[in-house]
Ligand binder design. Sequence first.
Ligand code: CP
Length: 307
Amino acid sequence: MNRTQLTTTADLTKEEVDFFIKDAEEFRNKRTKDLDGVIVASLFFEPSTRTRLSFESAVHRLGGRLITVANASSTSMKKGETLNDTINVIEKYADILIMRHPKEGAAAEACQSTKKPFLNAGDGANQHPTQALLDMYTIHNEMGKIDGLTIAFVGDLKFGRTVHSLLYLLALYNVKKILFISPEQLKIPNTYLDMLKKKGIELEESSELNKHMQEIDILYMTRIQQERFEDLDQYYQLKGSYVLTANLIKTGKPKMRVMHPLPRVDEITTDVDELEQCAYFRQAENGVYMRMALLKNLWKNYNIEAT
Ligand code: CP
């Protein structure tokens, strides 16, 4: 495994995913010096709580140092500087770059301007690869396996980058079935359906959650994302399409686990938080350990390549 940049999950192998899941577990509640003296640029041109702060916590836990952009309007991009020029300059100041950007394809574009270790922390509705890896780690930890599971994605499957990234990784395993539950306007794009069909995975699209509860092992809820809509009236029509409650969970398998990349708005009621089935806060914690594993290994590979 000689990866130094991570922009998409589409080119990850099963061996890499298994490796990162195992390595993330090694970092649980650990502090190391793997990034001793290493400067990491944390560039968030779009809002974030979990991804930015878990990455920054991961850097601190690995003994590294941070320079940060937490707001696009505080940079010279506000004055019209291009992304390529911005990255071309920041890569002179940092050893590793982490970037979130609202534009689809921005991560691949940024990598045209740097050969340094680079991690895509989300680019528009396209990809969120580190989230997908921490999701795989969470599924593995919660269920003890990935093969044989029925996984349901619920909500905004059109713009949901965490769903898009996770599908490429699930396609590497022998999952039993993937269910896509969404309003008509937010259906999973055909690209992903075609990719999964080629792998021979059983798929089903539906607009109803209640009738599928008995068959679901992992219920992956997503937020209807206001920021992705050009027509706000459409957002208000679709908001609240699915609301998971503790009562609804009781109709499902007792060992089912509920995941959500967070933030949530109204799609999971807070009475779910106390249930054993609620895995989304453990999922958010797992982000620190997965991001420690990614930072350590990409930095190690870069140094091996450089020698
Ligand atoms: N899961 C996730 O990407 O959350 P943030 O937007 O808070 O980083």
